[in-house]
Design a protein around this ligand. Structure first.
Ligand code: FAD
Ligand code: PHB
Length: 391
């Protein structure tokens, strides 16, 4: 088999890349280890930046997102039993975020690729990447037990944090920057209407809590738990009472409760691999970097990377120039590090650390108090949260 761009991974990075390339008449094949059903049901992110939404709409895959996505103009920060609204729309000059589940984005992209005759090979096993340090890159894999090889001009490693692409680059080429937080998030999906129209980020002495949603009938809720927590020690009643305690408010507030549809614990991590390219292998999205979910940036960064990669590949195929390809890593990393800073800042401001002294606790409250009282500080949060400009 032969194509122009061999893409490993059908997450947001791989699928958006394949779609953008197709619009510019560049061929690609996507190899995905999981089944179509699995990736279309996997519960992950929910918040899309303005730029992500615009890109999906402008490139013709945003019709359902426009219809069903929930546009939010603000978020709430809650601490010391009081809520403070950050008016994202006003502070960012008219931008907003859209709540639309990642698996819905995936469904829309898979449908668009397949309708356009695009090739996504699901359940591609034992994927390995070869020859990317020379002129003939290729990807080997097994389909229905049969060994196959895909020859291509370039390989896009869009296979997430645990994929094979990053670790196929010689170790001495990559510098990694890693920070693991001493806590994770227990997340639930509940058949309960959102308790508020907007997302609520709660700072509390018992730990962080987040109130998000998926639809007007389904809530997505998170609480901070220790890193090694066993999910079995969190029966539904305990989760609801903890959510109740961490969101307690002087004033009107009623937590809507309903059947728990899904429950999981995920760790929080900040990670960057530099550079994001080696020879003809380009890393994009979680394959190259991870942010703690507090800033809601992961999916959006994946889209930002492949937007840059698609532009660079288009320049190469149109003019033979490699200028943008050579700058790919440097261009992406400027945005990546800014998203890292923002996600780290939101995480450290809103979570409880066991190592906190009384001084740290006072400083954290002072930071939130300052933030919610200063238009300048809120503007900074707003412009990062809705997404920094592309360039
Ligand atoms: P992935 O989505 O991980 O896609 C990689 C794909 O590659 C997968 O389909 C995988 O099956 C496939 N793959 C892996 N290995 C191989 C292999 N060897 N061969 C072939 N295929 C392979 N981000 C936000 O922006 N906003 C949020 O609100 C948000 N909330 C989150 C909440 C949770 C609980 C979690 C876990 C994440 C959240 N994120 C959020 C992060 C976001 O989901 C990721 O950043 C995003 O999925 C990255 O996209 P990607 O395409 O780079 O990688
Ligand atoms: C989510 O809805 O899953 C979500 C929202 C905001 C975040 C993280 C996750 O910061």
């Amino acid at each position: 088999m032969r194509t122009q761009i061999g893409i490993v991974g059908a997450g947001p990075a791989g699928l958006v890349l394949s779609h953008l390339l197709h619009l510019q008449k560049i061929e690609s094949v996507v190899l995905e280890v999981r089944s179509r059903k699995y990736i279309e049901e996997r519960i992950r992110a929910g918040v899309l930046e303005q730029g992500t939404v615009d890109l999906l709409v402008e490139t013709g895959v945003g019709a359902r997102l426009k219809r069903e996505g929930l546009v939010h103009h603000g978020i709430e920060l809650r601490f010391n039993r009081r809520g403070h609204r950050i008016d994202l729309h006003e502070l960012s000059g008219g931008k907003a975020i859209t709540v639309y589940a990642q698996q819905e984005v995936i469904k829309d992209l898979v449908a668009a690729r397949l309708d356009a005759g695009g090739q996504i090979i699901f359940e591609a096993n034992d994927v390995t990447v070869h020859g990317f340090d020379g002129p003939k890159p290729s990807i080997r894999f097994r389909r229905n037990g049969q060994a196959e090889e895909l020859h291509c001009d370039f390989i896009a490693g869009c296979d997430g944090f645990h994929g094979v692409c990053r670790t196929s680059i010689p170790a001495n080429v990559i510098t990694d920057y890693d920070h693991v937080y001493p806590f994770g998030w227990l997340g639930i999906l509940a058949q309960a209407p959102p308790s508020s129209n907007e997302l609520i980020y709660c700072q509390h002495e018992r730990g962080f809590a987040l109130f998000s949603m998926r639809t007007p009938e389904v809530s997505r809720l998170y609480i901070q738990v220790p890193n090694d927590e066993d999910i079995k020690s969190w029966p539904d009643d305990r989760i609801w009472s903890e959510l109740q305690l961490r969101s307690a408010l002087d004033g009107n507030w009623k937590l809507a409760i309903g059947p728990v549809l899904q429950k999981n614990i995920a760790g929080l991590r900040s990670y960057v691999a530099e550079p994001m390219q080696y020879g003809k292998l380009f890393l994009a999205g979680d394959a190259a970097h991870i942010v703690p979910a507090t800033g809601a940036k992961g999916l959006n960064l994946a889209v930002a990377d492949v937007r840059i990669l698609a532009q660079a590949l288009v320049e190469f195929y149109k003019s033979g120039k490699t200028r943008l390809l050579e700058r790919y890593s440097e261009t992406c990393l400027r945005r990546v590090w800014k998203a890292q800073r923002f996600s780290w800042w939101m995480t450290t401001m809103l979570h409880k650390f066991d190592t906190d002294s009384a001084f740290d606790q006072h400083r954290r409250i002072a930071e939130l108090d300052y933030l919610t009282g200063s238009r300048a500080a809120m503007t900074s949060l707003a412009e990062n949260y809705v997404g920094l400009p592309w360039d």
